[in-house]
Design a protein around this ligand. Sequence first.
Ligand code: ACO
Length: 325
Amino acid sequence: MRRYSRITGTGSYLPPRRLTNADLAEELAASGVETSDDWIVERTGIRARHFAAADVCSSDLGVEAARRALDAAGVLAQDIDLIIVATSTPDMVFPSTACILQNKLGANGCPAFDVQAVCSGFIYALTVADAMIQTGSASKALVIGAEVFSRILDFKDRTTCVLFGDGAGAVVLEASDTPGILASDLHADGKHVGILCVPGHVSGGSVLGDPLLKMDGQAVFKLAVGVLDEAARATLAKAGKTAADIDWLIPHQANIRIMQSTARKLKLPMDKVIVTVDQHGNTSAASIPLALDTAVRSGRVVPGQLLLLEGVGGGFTWGAVLLNM
Ligand code: ACO
């Protein structure tokens, strides 16, 4: 009998400090940076974001999301046999955030590693976990997206600092006789490294290059809309499905206009798209599992439904996963 993987629990966590657009605009104004709630809502759909306290790391947010996903799945931490953390804001250069999180969770012993694919990280991590479960290398995996993007934002650059927030989302993915994950499709094109990056690196005891996020917003927008459509169609085709079969599209939560364009191209009404970007901004690798968990806990996503998750981000990376809940 073929072995599949299936999501059996979801969880998420946002740090308590919430800033509305007005709160952020007020803080930025103090350092001479001008923005407004109207501009941010109209161009991005974002109304608020959460920022972690200075001593809180990605692993702290991730472990809270993981505990909630374990509770929802009815799985004990010690029974987890694989941990993958998708993050671009790791706690340390090394070891991985996954190892740090594993120890906080008390799931010591199982393989644990990070995946770095920026905002596509959760899609990459879920695909890797699915493959490891299908081949029998794992049976109960924790797949987590966790980010503290506030640490890498340039608060003097209003074109980027209003877009991002901190948070984490997690799923428990278990081996199953019936298909959960039906198909996935991953891509990267390194020629676009420069349009979205944090170019700094650690060298000889200091940071060389700029350690803050740089983005060509319009280039990212154009590329994102095209590749998300391609990834959605390729993933659906692999499973012999069409967009009309989808119950919910759960895209990376970067910008409402990117989500609207993607939905339009797939001829999906916006009431089939899970949107949480308004509440937490772009949380990079955390955004898809955060949106999924919000949709599960609000009763919109229920067992038996067909979900298309898709991500796009720095690298440039992109991909999609089609699954039955
Ligand atoms: N507040 C007020 N005004 C602003 C702000 C701000 N925060 N930021 C820029 N502006 C101004 C600009 O200075 C410019 O003014 P000007 O016309 O006087 O020169 C004007 O607004 C328009 O700026 P544009 O950059 O042309 O605005 P655009 O409509 O392209 O929107 C945005 C910018 C929102 C970044 C858009 O390009 C976008 O959504 N890009 C996608 C990027 C994205 O979502 N990235 C997320 C990370 S990547 C990922 O997750 C896939």
